[in-house]
Design a protein around this ligand. Sequence first.
Ligand code: ADP
Ligand code: MG
Length: 322
Amino acid sequence: MKGRVMLEVNNLKKYYRVTGGLMSRSIGEIRAVDGVSLAVGMGEVLGLVGESGCGKSTLGKTILRLEEPTAGEIKFNDVDVVRLNRRHLRELRGKMQIVFQDPDSSLDPRMTVGDSIAEALVVHGISGSAELDDRVARLLEKVGLESDFGERYPHEFSGGQKQRIGIARALAMDPQLIIADEPVSALDVSVQAQILNLMMDIRERDGLAYIFVSHDLSVVRYLSDRVAVMYLGKIVEMADKTEFFRNPLHPYTEALLSAIASLRPAGRDRILLTGDLPSPLNPPPGCRFHTRCHRVMPVCSQVEPELAQIAPGHMVSCHLYV
Ligand code: ADP
Ligand code: MG
């Protein structure tokens, strides 16, 4: 990692209780995030990849305490996020923001776009209509929209424009870290690159850090400094981008990369990933990936591998390596 550590997450867990039957008895827990540790440096982009349902969104929301953690530590600029009260949490959320996949989810259809953006500013104590109008206009310009678009309503905009507005809203309080949760997945392919370029321009200009969540490895390769792979609530591999794409070690990462011809490392075969992601309600014993692994060994169903550093900055949790 380059630069000072800004965000540090240690052994973070988010379990959802599942109830059933007439008495709504507890019948188990969904371990959506099950012991994640990671760090993000100032101005760094950490790409987070994994299949749908592996816990990426839950991880993002729990880091911001939009979901309450079940266990674990979250430190942002050395502030203990887990213990913050409401007021301090609000301050924190100015500095650490989330952009969702679906731009509509962050925009109220009954509010003008300008009011939606201003709302984020008002929550943080900025008042005075002249100053608010001015800030909103500058934010709209920053994301490549006309400064007078603030008077319009969300339905007047295309998906790409709405995502620009969502980004403007996230930028309102000059954040240091943006958790971007598949911010272009819901957009037409033709506008995806524009939004990605916008996010990277803003990063260059403002020195922002991102946790960039995506299931698209070519996107992650384009914009990340480091890459983390998640599987059933856990990080199974994490490395600097160059090392990650040159020397993927975890069989799951191998399989993900081998599925894309342009990303398959030289001399490696295509690996077909079979079966679905098992349920986080009842994850397989031992290594969670063993039921789908092409290099499975007897130990894998018995003992859960630890995430261990096996080369500088390259962490992997797999019995092949430790
Ligand atoms: P991803 O973003 O990687 O697709 P999610 O974080 O959305 O994955 O979901 C991880 C797991 O947690 C899934 O099995 C999902 O069904 C479950 N989950 C997410 N949110 C909730 C919730 N509010 N209540 C119960 N289960 C949830
Ligand atoms: Mg998600």
